[in-house]
Design a protein around this ligand. Structure first.
Ligand code: G3I
Length: 303
């Protein structure tokens, strides 16, 4: 097939991109979006600071524009993200009472998931809850500090009740190298959730890489997680300077793991990227395909 999405679909996978609602009026942008991609992730529009800027007051307008566009073009939607310490409005961060925060968190998850019910392929229920470095423990956040370790489980149970048709993912960065303490911490959590019947369906590997691309153990990491009984997705891929080999190695790792169900790049053109200074994407600022594009297309075909 001649496009990323169509080629990925030949093995039952999707190929997606992050989308910014403010760019949907840019014809070059939407032409590439609708030609190449069969999945989208709203880059910022489903985050708490946008969707519930003050308590109980919800705003789904920007995300609705993306979901409507995706629906009209046959693209799956990954929901990103329900519980995250960043892009969190000040009113949540200032709460000091555990029972209040617990009910606020459950209400936020339930209201947002209910709004989009039946239209989301997978939700990043909890994003980036683990600390960097060698601890293998959760990071400090208002959720962790007031609710304790159980906040992640509570979020997943709430999410399952809100929309039983959506896959529920844990999503994080720097969990691609198997021997890292952070990877091991997330692995132990998923193993524990599966053992105790806490609802979790997938793990998202953000995959924001430097020029070298994925660590040598990346495929091992993906298959070890998959062996726990969850799907795997590459959720925010970008690679500094976009070397063809680094992109091909990343895609091959997914292709070689049966439960790796899809890949999302974190933007379309280099000029759309949060790392635009590093030119990390598959299209240049003018919308032309870069060499890495062809490498990805070939790797999706298994070559
Ligand atoms: O919309 C406001 C605008 O009104 C304001 O004038 C302007 C001034 O700073 O800011 C605009 O918001 C920015 C927003 O992107 C939309 O462009 C924020 O400042 C900026 O911080 C925000 O950055 C996003 C970042 O998450 C925030 O943490 C990036 O676009 C987005 O790509 C990035 O995505 C994250 C994933 O969600 C999670 N994993 C890491 C990844 C990269 O940081």
């Amino acid at each position: 097939a001649g496009t990323l999405g169509a080629q990925a679909a030949q093995s039952g996978r999707y190929f997606g991109t992050a989308v910014a609602s403010g760019r949907l009026g840019d014809d070059t942008y939407t032409a590439i979006l609708d030609r190449e991609f069969n999945a989208v992730t709203p880059e910022n529009e489903m985050k708490w600071d946008t969707t519930e800027p003050s308590r109980g007051s919800f705003n789904f307008g920007p995300a609705d524009r993306i979901v409507s566009h995706a629906t009209a073009h046959g693209q799956r939607v990954r929901g990103h993200t329900l519980v995250w310490h960043s892009q969190l409005p000040g009113w949540v961060g200032s709460l000091t009472d555990a029972n209040t925060l617990r009910s606020v968190m459950r209400h936020h998850i339930t209201t947002e998931m209910t709004h989009f019910k039946g239209r989301i392929y997978a939700w990043d229920v909890v994003n980036e809850a683990f600390a960097d470095g060698g601890s293998g423990q959760h990071r400090s956040s208002v959720f962790q500090n007031l609710l304790g370790d159980g906040f992640i489980e509570d979020a997943f149970r709430t999410a399952r009740s809100a929309d039983p048709s959506a896959k529920l993912c844990y999503n994080d960065y720097s969990i691609e190298n198997w021997s890292d303490a952070k990877t091991q911490g997330v692995y132990r959590m998923v193993r524990d959730f599966k053992a105790r019947g806490v609802p979790i369906d997938c793990v998202g590997f953000q995959s924001h890489f430097g020029t070298g691309g994925p660590p040598a153990s990346f495929q091992t990491t993906l298959s070890n997680f998959a062996a726990l009984g969850v799907d795997i997705q590459i959720t925010e891929l970008d690679i500094a300077q976009a070397p063809s080999t680094a992109y091909a190695n990343t895609v091959r790792a997914c292709m070689n793991v049966a439960r790796c169900t899809g890949i999302t790049v974190w933007g379309i053109r280099d000029s759309d990227s949060w790392r635009s200074g590093e030119n990390p994407l598959l299209f240049d600022a003018a919308g032309n395909k870069k060499p890495a594009y062809q490498a990805v297309l070939s790797a999706l075909g298994g070559t």
